[in-house]
Design a protein around this ligand. Structure first.
Ligand SMILES: [Zn+2]
Length: 326
């Protein structure tokens, strides 16, 4: 058996289920920080980042739940899609917030009724430099929902990745899946990682709509931050990705029962294997569940030279899991 594992598979670490974008009553969420943590713990999460808008909601980790000191902050856009538009990012592992981040005050907002505040850094790179000075890890939030210009991202440095799937944006207005932004960055030789979140403000609508799984050697805040920094993760709103292994140019994937597994690449080079109706089959199914769905598959690309590769797994309900670039 081939054991050329794709990182972080085959490392023997433990997988932790993370909620990386949530709001409490400290900004515009409806759960108090304590109740928010309890709700995620009861829903099977191991890690929670309370990312209140321009507020650092610090709640200590407990035996069963690791918390990350986090926030959702903003930046001015060089290429805004409409007037007074700013972008947002999620930052993990901070110790304080800047009083004046230096951005355009025309983009700052304070909404007393909904209890949220937005300030801005002058641009993404400046924001990332500030995050770096805190030893923190940053992901650009919901690019599709913000209609973030791809040029703003391509001209910026310092973010570990982007929030590729945002459950709240998906159910609220159908703008949850920013895979296109991810693929354009990857196609341009960048290597951002991805996360999936529920962006929970209202637990009954959003809690647990999507999550990120990180692989860690130990259950500590530092290990989770390191996994986010190095991309030791996959994210999902349903399926699990158990293993990814390279065999020459082919890729083998083990997963929870799936109807389709896709190997994404630049241009139209991506290939897939499906059960039932699906695209042209490039590879073969190695193992199935009792009801005939894919649990292990070998995918054989037609284009050996690719700028990037990533995997997604789609289950029979249409729910998806995304690997980081492999
Ligand atoms: Zn948010």
């Amino acid at each position: 058996m081939n054991t050329d594992y794709v990182y972080p598979y085959g490392q023997g670490g433990e997988w932790l289920k993370c909620a990386l974008h949530t709001h409490s009553t400290v900004s515009d969420g409806t759960l108090s920080p304590t109740n928010l943590l309890r709700s995620y713990a009861e829903s099977g999460f191991d890690v929670v980042a309370i990312t209140d808008h321009w507020r650092l909601t610090e709640v200590p980790s407990t035996e069963s739940l690791i918390t990350l000191p986090s926030a959702e902050l903003g930046f001015d856009l060089k290429y805004p899609a409409y007037p007074t538009q700013s972008g947002e990012f999620l930052v993990y592992g901070i110790s304080d917030l800047p009083e004046d981040p230096g951005g355009n005050r025309a983009n700052w907002q304070f909404n007393e009724e909904e209890n949220w505040e937005a300030r801005t850094f002058p641009d993404i790179t400046t924001a990332m430099k500030w995050a770096d000075s805190q030893g923190a890890v940053s992901y650009i939030a919901h690019p599709y929902w913000n209609e973030l210009s791809i040029d703003d991202l391509l001209e910026s440095q310092g973010f570990a990745g982007i929030e590729v799937f945002n459950g709240s944006a998906e159910v609220e207005c159908g703008r949850g899946d920013s895979s296109t932004w991810w693929d354009v960055l990857l196609r341009n030789g960048r290597r951002p990682f991805g996360i999936g979140t529920d962006d929970q403000h209202y637990p009954l609508f959003e809690l647990g709509l999507a999550w990120t799984m990180v692989n860690v050697r130990e259950r500590t805040q530092a290990a989770v931050l390191d996994a986010l920094r190095t991309g030791a993760a996959y994210f999902s709103h349903g399926p699990e990705i158990h293993e990814i292994v390279r065999d020459g140019d082919a890729v083998e994937i083990a997963c929870s029962p799936a109807r389709s597994v896709i190997l994404h690449m630049e241009r139209e080079y991506g290939v897939s294997v499906s059960v039932g109706r699906g695209g042209r089959r490039n590879g073969r199914i190695l193992e199935t569940s009792p009801d005939g769905l894919i649990t292990r598959v070998r995918i054989e690309p037609n284009h050996p030279e690719s700028i990037y590769r990533r995997v997604s797994v789609i289950d029979s309900a249409g729910h998806r899991a995304w690997s980081n670039p492999i």
